[in-house]
Design a protein around this ligand. Sequence first.
Ligand code: COA
Length: 329
Amino acid sequence: MSVVAQIKEKAKAKGRRVVLPEGTEPRVIQATQKIVEQGICKVTLLGDEARIERLAKEHGVSLAGVEVINPASSKDHAGFVKELVEIRKGKMTEDDARKAMLTPLYFGAMLVRHDRADASVAGSVNTTGDVLRAAIHCIGLKSGITTVSSSFIMTLPKFRGVENKVFMFGDCAVVPNPTAEQLASIAVSTAETMKNLVGEEPRVAMLSFSTKGSARHDDVDKVLAALSILKKDHPSLKVDGEFQLDAAIIPEVAKSKAPGSSIAGEANCLIFPDLDAGNIGYKLTQRLAGATATGPIIQGLAKPANDLSRGCSVDDIVDVSAIATLLRG
Ligand SMILES: CC(C)(COP(=O)(O)OP(=O)(O)OC[C@H]1O[C@@H](n2cnc3c(N)ncnc32)[C@H](O)[C@@H]1OP(=O)(O)O)[C@@H](O)C(=O)NCCC(=O)NCCS
């Protein structure tokens, strides 16, 4: 069974609820039917009720059992506006908050904040920046985490004799040039995503162009600073570095380049030093090694909200909804 199929099975067993703020997008309406039919989770759609019903009819979709809320006429609107002004502490006027809360992205994030939905999934018609900003403002960050980031589940058809070998890559889509503190947060979040979604014990490698002091450079120092934060603040996390990629995942190379490390050669979570490396790294693995890339999975928020690509398919929306509800832990 593929990783995504396993995730869908796990999501079904949890029976959670996803809010899909882009309720007037035909792909979202079609995905809703599949999510409900497959029993992945319950669905709340946001948007004008009459428009959603008309679109559903046009696409032959039944909305039986689906909650539909129009943020503009919801009885929660005024309360959410007041709360957003309080959360933003002087950074948003009441007028700004009222306008924001009329947008399904902010309203959906507020439903997650209040546990009226377990996760929000959007981005089929909104930009990543808009999706993440609404989530950061309304849901906020997980305690102990300084940055929202992302990871990809990379599934290799075959790696060193193992079929469907899974690696988690972070961060490949959100933080362009992380500080050492942010890099440490990316490592903690990626390890947690590995545990929650794949169910494997995370073994985290902090990647670099240097292995255990083979090169000296400010960029290597940043990775080492992140490692020392992780060792101090997260003593139970299995993490080591700095490693070149081969030392992280190939036991024979690890033996010569990083003898004595329990992570070297055995890592399953690869933390890239910046977004250039992460984004290029996941695409190389996808295009040259034939890996399936599942993500980006947004991590570090206090409660899950996930982004979609604007080119996403109906099935992508179904898969990401399953992933997002499971990220609730
Ligand atoms: C969040 C993001 C998506 C949008 O950034 P932005 O539009 O510049 O957002 P802003 O700078 O206006 O920040 C909005 C708020 O979120 C906060 N923020 C931005 N990025 C954050 C992050 N990664 N984690 C936590 N908070 C973050 C800011 O501090 C700001 O808070 P404030 O409003 O309280 O001051 C940003 O991480 C980004 O642009 N990443 C690059 C994504 C990208 O281009 N990917 C391409 C490869 S797929």
